[in-house]
Design a protein around this ligand. Structure first.
Ligand code: UFG
Length: 336
């Protein structure tokens, strides 16, 4: 049985990926420092799959521990999620973001080399494209200057991995996620935002649940059909499955180059108002919202061209925006 390391495996996307790995028969070991996740997630995963993954609670900045881990475990592949991810916080604490996101990646890559481990799937973001000039966004769209230190860590991480693949046996795939939303349909695991949510869907579900009085829609003067910003919202279970496809591609040596990049989205753009109405339809909840000014740093529109990922990974989304919003709502209802 192949043992796969999932860093940040108790986080939102990480936990859903652990479930899909276990469903596919992989043995999973998680490293997570619990900085933005809860230990209860381990039980949620176990409730879904019937199998408790091995768990090591330590920080990937602890270089010696990472080295020891790779020397004492036979790891058949790494899926690296562990990173700080709040855009606004990264603007306030850039050094923390560079140190955390780049330092942990470098420790992982060094550890992989020390343990002769290969390959790695990296959790990247469509943020590397900034506001793309052409929509939908293909993988060869030019990368833009990052809007935030967080976005820059994604860009720099891709470069660090790419350089490493040229100088070692390590093979890699970077998955550039569009907007991951939803929760597991069992409502055993989901998104656990710390404090006031920055992202749209947790804010929507918390508003519907009465935790927040009102949702602010950031801007209705964008050059889009209804004036609100457009994103490609992908169900987290579909996104998790893309990691399995990417991992199998590398384990079966089907990759074309040492490092490959794939957009992971639905290919469909939805405006903020469309999301609100889809939520109301899917859950029969009325949402209290008001239009306010634009949020600094937001782009107008981003959605993926999925032709490459569909063809090369043999993967496509199976769940709808409504499925994702319904699952997010059921998850919200389970929170105290
Ligand atoms: N929005 C609102 N009200 C809110 C929250 C969000 O109107 O309370 C709007 C935003 O202005 C944006 C859309 O909803 O138009 C989506 O916002 P999110 O914060 O959910 O997602 P972003 O597209 O801004 O950010 C996501 C990821 C980041 C990543 C970025 C890259 O969360 O990690 O995509 O484009 F950097």
């Amino acid at each position: 049985m192949k043992k796969i390391l999932v860093t940040g495996g108790l986080g939102f996307i990480g936990s859903h990926t652990v479930v899909e790995l276990q469903n596919e028969g992989f043995e999973v070991v998680i490293i997570d420092n619990l900085s933005n996740s809860k230990i209860e997630v381990l039980q949620g995963i176990t409730n879904i799959t019937g199998k408790k993954p091995e768990f090591h609670p330590f920080d990937l900045l602890e270089k010696d521990k990472v080295q020891d881990f790779f020397k004492s475990n036979e790891i058949a592949g790494v899926i690296h999620f562990a990173a700080s991810k709040a855009v606004g916080e990264s603007v306030e604490k850039p050094l923390m973001y560079y140190e955390n996101n780049l330092g942990s990646l470098i420790n992982i890559l060094n550890g992989m080399q020390a343990g002769n481990c290969n390959p790695i799937i990296f959790s990247s973001s469509c943020t590397v494209y900034g506001q793309a000039d052409v929509l939908p966004i293909t993988e060869d769209a030019p990368l833009k200057l990052a809007e935030s230190p967080y976005g820059n860590t994604k860009k720099m991480s891709e470069e660090i991995i790419n350089d490493t693949t040229k100088a070692s046996n390590i093979q890699a795939i970077a998955l550039r996620y569009f907007n991951p939303i939803g929760a597991h349909p069992t409502a055993e695991i989901g998104e656990l935002p710390l404090g006031v949510p920055n992202n749209l869907i947790p804010f929507v579900t918390q508003t519907a649940a009465g935790i927040r009085p009102q949702l602010s829609v950031f801007g209705d003067d964008y050059p889009t059909p209804d004036g609100t910003a457009v994103r490609d919202y992908i169900h987290v279970v579909d996104l998790a499955k893309a990691h399995i496809a990417a991992l199998k591609r590398l384990l079966h040596n089907e990759n074309k180059t040492a490092m490959e990049f794939f957009n992971v989205g639905t290919g469909m753009g939805s405006s903020v108002l469309e999301v609100i109405h889809a939520f109301e339809n899917a859950t029969q909840q009325k949402l209290n919202y008001k239009i306010v000014g634009r949020r600094a740093g937001d782009i107008t529109a981003a959605y993926a061209d999925t032709a490459l990922v569909n063809k090369e990974l043999g993967w496509k989304t199976e769940l709808s925006l409504e499925d994702a919003l319904r699952d997010a709502w059921h998850w919200q209802l389970k929170q105290k």
